[in-house]
Write a protein that binds this ligand. Sequence first.
Ligand SMILES: Nc1ncnc2c1ncn2[C@@H]1O[C@H](COP(=O)(O)OP(=O)(O)OP(=O)(O)O)[C@@H](O)[C@H]1O
Ligand SMILES: [Mg+2]
Length: 890
Amino acid sequence: MGAHELRKRRKSTLGYTPWLSLTKTWSLSTLGQLKEASLSFTEAEKRLREHGPNVPLEYSFPRWWHLLWNALFHPFNIILIVLSVLSFIALDYPNGAIMLILVFISVTLRFYQEYGSSKAAMKLSEFVRCPIKVQRCAGRIVQKELVVQVDQREVVPGDIVIFEPGDLFPGDIRLLSSKQLVVSQASLTGESSTADKAADIREDHSTPLLDLKNICFMGTNVISGTGTGLVISTGSNTYMSTMFSKVGKKTPPDDFEKGLRRIFYLLISVMLAVVTIMFVVNYTTSLNLSESILFAISVASALNPQMLPLIINTCLAKGALAMAKDRCIVKSLTSIREMGSMDILCIDKTGTLTMNHAIMVNHLDCRGLSQEKVLRYAFLNSYFKSDQKYPLDDAILAYVYSNGFKFQPSKWRKIDEIPFDFIRRKVSVILETGDIHSKFFGRYMITKGALLEVLRVCSYIENFNKDETSIFTTYDYQRILNLSEDLSNEGLRILGVAIRKLEMLQTCETSKGRKREDEDIEKDMVFLGLITFFDPPKDSAKQALWRLSEKGVEAKVLTGDSLSLTTRVCREVGISTTHVITGPELEQLDQDTFHDKVKRATVFARLTPIQKLRVVQSLQTIGNHVVGYLGDGVNDSLALDAADVSISVDSGVAIAKDMADIILLEKDLNVLLAGVEHGRLTFGNTMKYVKMSVIANLGSVISLLIATLVFKYEPLTSRQLLTQNFIYSVGQIAIPWDKMDEEFVKTPQKSSERGLIMFILWNGPVCTLCDVTTLLFLLFYYKAYTDVTQKFFHSAWFIEGLLLQTLIIHLIRTEKIPFIQDVASWPVIFSTVVTSAVGIALPFTPIGKVMDFTLLPLSYFGFLAVLFLGYFTVGQVVKRLYVLVYKRWL
Ligand SMILES: Nc1ncnc2c1ncn2[C@@H]1O[C@H](COP(=O)(O)OP(=O)(O)OP(=O)(O)O)[C@@H](O)[C@H]1O
Ligand SMILES: [Mg+2]
């Protein structure tokens, strides 16, 4: 759907009006609830039964007629249907029926396949967890409010949900509370700008729906800030579902498909021109209008690459099913082919190169000595920070609880928070302790985050040996950096901790209630020390990366973490660290140097989400690479959206999973390796069909033209032509089950339109040469040029054409010598044998009589054996020359 259409839709309010202007209490009571009270588990269950599972229309299993329509609605099918209708009008029922049967086979097989692969994906997608935090109350007599995690499918209208950065809204929501909430509505508007949302705003009815501040929509996601909201509609009743069901969501064709379509449209126009010439020649010689029209229709139908949609889809569906076996969910089928073309894979560090089991190791002051105070404040920060999603916080809490520290968080009250985000890379909480009138009262701001970010806001440093604070000097700075360098080299992750005593009632808000700039308050802090964590490198990563590089996929690490640690981890898993760069360094570069650095560097550290995006875009546009991106965080979502193949993990945040084309149930690079192989196989088999069918079709159209001009009568009757086309089209269905040359699977494969045209120009004439030789042989050896020999000519030409079109695949499918150096997989061999046998046997059957075939002499089959031997020899020589010139075959 275009941005224009989306903008138009924003204007309608689709029945949401009652929710807009009225108060939160009204919203609650309309849903049958008391003021801000959450649902009980029993009530939630009841509502779930009433409203059904919370699955937006877009993600529910496609209706069968939708799949059928998809399978049917393809230009090649339409052409065939039109031609068949024309045949029926001309009262040639058998021809019309043959064409319809072809459409029927192609459409049913494609439908069956899509149904199967959608079902497999759907089944697997049930494993994908979408945990949502909701408030529910429990207890029969005394009701107690609990915050529980339920699956998105179980969220019902009336639920109160709690959300944080990275979350997708699990329904359309009326905000109840919000804190600096910024939301991305790109999935609905198509525009990348973000929107501020706030609970305490009364909108009026004239505000366009998507501009409403107090409503958040399903499918949109939280960029930063936190809040709670009341779910007002779920599943197919959400705005997103109503919008997509009205407009219809269509994935636009990718570059590969667009290229293919252009080539085939070109081909069809050439064919139409040739068909017109044939019609004219035929009509001027025979003066039989209906016969000439039927012949032209048959030629057009025979030249239509009608199996293309089926073959493309079968290849992709086979890839998706194979990947499903590796517990990999393919959301967008075409991404499998892109996987085969991918030559750069951007990966993150945590969980991909490391185990993602961060364990806290120590709490050090700037001299590297263990200090309890550092741990206490780090703990208070993690304890009071509102979202607990980041594993480092869990690691701190686990360390404190398991080592018996008693920091008594109950003595502290949380006043305020500046939430964590991936640009600031730190989180601050404002806490209070003691009675406000007592002398023990104190209000503190405690900050924890990436070391360099924390150091930037520190003006003082705690001297633990003297128990005093002193001015932060460059000497201190250097000492801390040296210490952190040493720790990183030991493979430890580091966070810095700092504190600041605030004046009496200082918070993040100004007196007017507006948010202060973070810098206003996060400054002049006292540096306390460092917390270190250990996240062991993953054993399997090294081997997987090595095998990926063997397959021509270069890995680049894009992370928000520090350079020294990333370098250390990368070295351990065998990633080159000769070219490394950090986000702040990238910012300093001009355009050209930026692209150059991005091209060379293998490790990018301290990147912000936008920098991750810029790196991916630079690789795509300037480097002309097909870029894959594996990431699981909210900070990866921009880059995931831009990448050619976006991959996420089940444990990742909702928005990352939403952006991804492929979701891994386990974060393992080895699974991707298998994906790359499937991708190349898919690509290879599709290209085989495309090249083969274009060559065969063009070859035969030219031969038909020559034969028509030479003989002044149809070289085949229209029925024979259609039958020939029918038999060999059905035979091609086996192609997706073929294998590829090892050399082909070794390197990333990319299609090029120019390459395809050159391929056709080189190899097409070999087919025509074969046909013309047959023509000359029939003409001079069998003297088949009179009306009496017409039947003989038709039978001979029919068999030769059929066998040639069936055998071409063996020449095209491999760079090696067919049958000698490389044999096709058994389904292809089987289909070749059956197709040839059917063709040869046809004249001996009653159908053959109906179709006006005669029996052919044995000598003709002898000639055919020699002819095809010659065809393969000449074809192989042309192939060698082609590879010599273009350095590749398929
Ligand atoms: N819970 C936290 N509290 C404070 N700071 C944190 C926390 N989690 C992460 N950070 C800081 O933010 C930085 C970036 O986070 P993180 O390393 O997760 O980024 P990333 O780009 O997702 O990296 P990765 O490639 O490892 O997934 C970290 O280096 C760390 O300094
Ligand atoms: Mg991450």
